[in-house]
Design a protein around this ligand. Structure first.
Ligand SMILES: [Zn+2]
Length: 231
């Protein structure tokens, strides 16, 4: 089952066939300078703070392996009754340096074995992604992996899509489309990372660290206000 062909979104799903694909076990060459990525994290699923903190730590470690430091903004859940929400630091998203991920309880338009979705436009850029906590948590299919560790890996996967674009699934590493027993075993060893090529691509998109006065810093790109779904 390859849901990407059925839905105009980027998905990761449980694998039904055990894969023997090689995994990204080899650490990347340590980058000399960390780049920074800001992430607005919306906890609509009300994941408990300790689990959420461990998940953020796991996702941060995955990005750190690629030489990227994640700054998390833990944001209030959406208020369905507020039709004119105030603009806040959480909502000032801007590709590529400020992305968002919303942890939802479940998926309305995806199957129960879908962990998350990323919304990427035709140019391969996106700032919005969802993770479906009920789909990835408390599963007998990953008894060796805590919900927090699982959530952290899925957070990294969906954020990876927002920077790497639509065709960014790989046969190994955290960007695999299907997560099988082998993938979960490597995740349990805290060794599920972006591949070296993906790490280089991630880094190529992010702005260089701003040095000197603020006037010397490049201007941010405009906020994406619409999403163009892939056909
Ligand atoms: Zn994916």
């Amino acid at each position: 089952m390859y849901l990407f062909r059925r839905f105009p979104l980027l998905l990761i799903v449980w694998a039904t066939v055990i894969s023997t694909s090689p995994q990204a076990r080899t650490p990347d060459e340590a980058p000399r300078q960390s780049l920074r990525l800001q992430v607005s994290l919306f906890n609509d699923a009300q994941v408990d703070p300790a689990t959420l903190a461990r998940a953020q730590s796991r996702a941060s470690a995955i990005f750190a392996h690629s030489g990227i430091e994640v700054d998390w903004l833990v944001c209030a859940a959406a208020d369905p009754g507020d039709f004119a929400p105030r603009r806040t630091a959480c909502s000032t998203l801007s590709w590529p340096a400020h992305l968002s991920v919303r942890i939802r309880p479940g998926a309305l338009s995806a199957s129960a074995d879908t962990f998350g979705q990323a919304f990427v436009d035709a140019g391969g850029e996106g700032v919005y992604s969802n993770v479906y906590y009920q789909n990835l948590s408390r599963s007998s299919r990953h008894p060796e992996l805590s919900d927090a560790e699982m959530l952290g890996c899925v957070l990294a996967h969906e954020l990876g899509h927002l920077l790497l674009g639509a065709n960014s699934h790989s046969a190994s590493g955290v960007m695999q489309a299907r997560w099988d027993a082998s993938t979960l075993r490597i995740a349990a060893e805290s060794s599920l990372f972006f591949t070296p090529a993906q790490s280089a691509a991630l880094r190529s998109h992010l702005p260089r660290p701003c040095e000197g006065t603020s006037a010397a810093c490049p201007a941010q790109r405009p906020v994406l206000i619409s999403i163009a779904y892939r056909p």
